[in-house]
Design a protein around this ligand. Sequence first.
Ligand code: UN1
Length: 493
Amino acid sequence: MENFKNYINGQWVAPQSGKYFDNINPADISDIIGKFPESGQADVNAAVAAAKEAFKKWKNMPAPKRGDLIRKAGDIFARRKDEIARIMTREMGKPVFETKGDIQEAIDTAYYAASETRRLFGFNAPSELTAKMNMSFRTPIGVVGVITAFNFPVAVPSWKILPALAAGNTVVYKPSKDVPYAGVLFAEVMEEAGFPAGVFNVVLGKGYMGNMLVEHPDVKVIGFTGSTSVGVKLGEICGKLNKRISLEMGGKNPQIVMPDANMDLAIDGVLWGAFGTTGQRCTATSRLILHKDIYDEFIENLAEKAKKLRLGNGLDPETQVGPVIHQAQLDTCIQYTEIATNEGARLVCGGKRATEGDLAKGYFYEPTIFADVTVNMRLFQEEVFGPVLAVAKADSFEHAIELANSIEYGLSSSIYTKNVNDAFRAMNLLEAGITYINAPTIGAEAHMPFGGVKGTGNGHREGGWTVFDIFTEWKTVYVDFSDTLQRAQIDNY
Ligand code: UN1
């Protein structure tokens, strides 16, 4: 069995602890993919030191030259797409068509970030004084620590790593313990693209390493995607250390369906939004809010289709829904099924582990739908991160919006309606960073701002041009070419 390595300062190195952990295929737990480093403080220190040293030169490379390397990384991801997708599926379970989409999102991010290196959005403005010019431009910050979740093993890290590098920072990346192989593959791509040693480093290990990165005095910015409980703790540490962190945390994303909607479209939307990626997206549709006029019929038709979804190993081209990531996530699905039942919600379909045939080998949970979920129930409020959908009834458009907003989270949201006024009202009223009209709550594109309001985040937006606000500082420059002392606010008035 292969012992995988960290990628530090352009070298593949064993963890200084000499310790490794098994990486298990969630669709077949007898399939051990490899042994991956259980790194520690010494490895983190080595990676941060390499990144700090590399920053001295990397920040001075012309940005479009940095962009050339990033574009090349995109080309390599494109060339290796099929091969990497199959490894990702084996490692984390989602079907190959989804892991290919995941890699495509990284390719899109690479090409977009590369093109942004020719712009990077500085601006200038007139001075209040004569013969004086004002401008402001972005500067890199230093070593960026990247901490991500398992569900998008390549796309979500790429959202942080590639723009951070484009802006002239260097990176130490800690992938989720559930997808270390994807972290190794990311490093292989960056190595082949020709990034100078130390510019990009990968340190593999378990959750505790997130703290090591966050607390390291030479790591200046943190990009985090993961659970709310972990994110909030890391945010607290960064607050004390006066360190910037962008937090991308949980969601409890609603899809509203109005009586005038195209019902077949709305059903297909919720099937994809709720059960795609086995519900393990921060953007997953976990609440369905149905107008009372269509409530019963919609649930019946939806359940009929949900029951037909094909569960299986994601490497099988017939599979529509893969396993959940590990035993703990399976336990969470079981627990929330119990909680919702005890609170009086009505189980419409699913609600148990799937064990038929080969499914018994992995962590499969049946696509589960609970109807008659009300606002105070835990299933309405809390993120499950699995294939468990809560359905609630709304009396009116206003009531639907009120229900949608009655939670702590605010990542994604959606409404299905043909009424243009309702659509535009919803755009304004839904408390979420992202709103879809006649589309499911998932499907963000690389070149648009991504992030949530309320308990989902802390005000940052990845994706698009806004991500550069996370990974740069503004420098303002005043050039006085009048050859006289001009005192601002004094000589001009
Ligand atoms: C996530 O779940 O962390 O919009 C990201 C989407 C994907 C990204 C999801 N493009 O669902």
